[in-house]
Write a new protein. Structure first.
Length: 265
């Protein structure tokens, strides 16, 4: 393991820039995974990171030691920082001091929808985006398309909210949802309070694309007009509307329920 003790070290300066700047992460096509859980999930599903960084006081922590051993088996150099330098990189308070630097997903988006998919139009809140990714992964959905203007799927906040879901998904950003929906070979469903058809009445035991929008404004009207169907989630009148992440989870797992009942895998 390599020790770095100076904040003037070139590698440390690069790490500090990545940690504090969304534009730097976008330009480098890299991001940071902060904490044991995310690092373990990445190793399990994606393999070795580009770089492993550990705080000096956590080197002997049993979970950290295990992660370090796996990284060293892959021939990866690990960096040890004094706690004060490490804490300047981390956004997690009172966490176990380990982080990975990884390449952010930059894959070319497919031109047509053909499998269970999530379409996110201008979703703004990192917590909502991370929660939707986590629910999608849990429901067996594998593709997520985010429009231009949505929160960055690979930002540290979204990664923490996703709890490792990113590594089970194909996530495509800055996507033209209008073109994608127009070319879709599967039904596109959007939730709406202006329809009487509930998700429990709709046949969900088939490949579908779920369309969700901005927390306040909802789905863009032009996109909504392209949806195959709109469905509503029955709820008590006292609540004006459900949080978009809660709505998505209900939709995903009603689809799972129907798949199980219908015998789909």
């Amino acid at each position: 393991m390599k020790q770095i003790s100076s904040r003037d070290n070139a590698l440390y300066k690069e790490l500090k820039h990545l940690a504090g700047s969304a534009s730097a992460r976008k330009k480098a096509a890299k991001t940071m995974l902060d904490g044991v859980h995310l690092c373990q999930a990445f190793l399990q599903h994606r393999g070795a990171p580009e770089l492993c960084v550990v705080s000096a006081s956590c080197v002997d922590h049993h979970e950290v030691a295990h992660i370090l051993a796996l990284c060293e088996e892959d021939g990866l150099d690990c960096i040890v920082l004094p706690d004060n330098l490490y804490q300047a990189l981390s956004q997690v308070e009172n966490g176990v001091g380990i982080l990975f630097v990884i390449a952010a997903n930059q894959e070319q988006a497919p031109l047509q929808l053909s499998v269970n998919t999530v379409l996110l139009d201008n979703l703004q809140d990192p917590g909502n985006l991370g929660s939707i990714l986590r629910s999608a992964a849990g429901a067996g959905i594998r593709q997520v398309f985010c429009s231009t203007g949505s929160a960055s799927a690979w930002s540290p906040k979204v990664l923490r909210a996703g709890m490792g879901a990113h590594f089970l998904l194909d996530i495509f950003e800055a996507v033209d949802l209008h073109a994608l929906i127009s070319a879709s070979s599967i039904p596109v469903l959007a939730t709406s309070s202006h329809t009487e058809t509930t998700i429990y009445q709709m046949d969900l035991n088939r490949p579908l694309a779920w369309l969700f929008g901005h927390e306040g404004q909802g789905v863009d009207p032009e996109l909504m007009a392209l949806a195959t169907d709109t469905v509503t989630i029955p709820q008590k009148a006292e609540i004006e509307s459900l949080n978009v992440a809660a709505s998505a989870a209900i939709c995903f797992f009603e689809q799972v329920r129907q798949q199980i009942a219908g015998g789909s895998k």
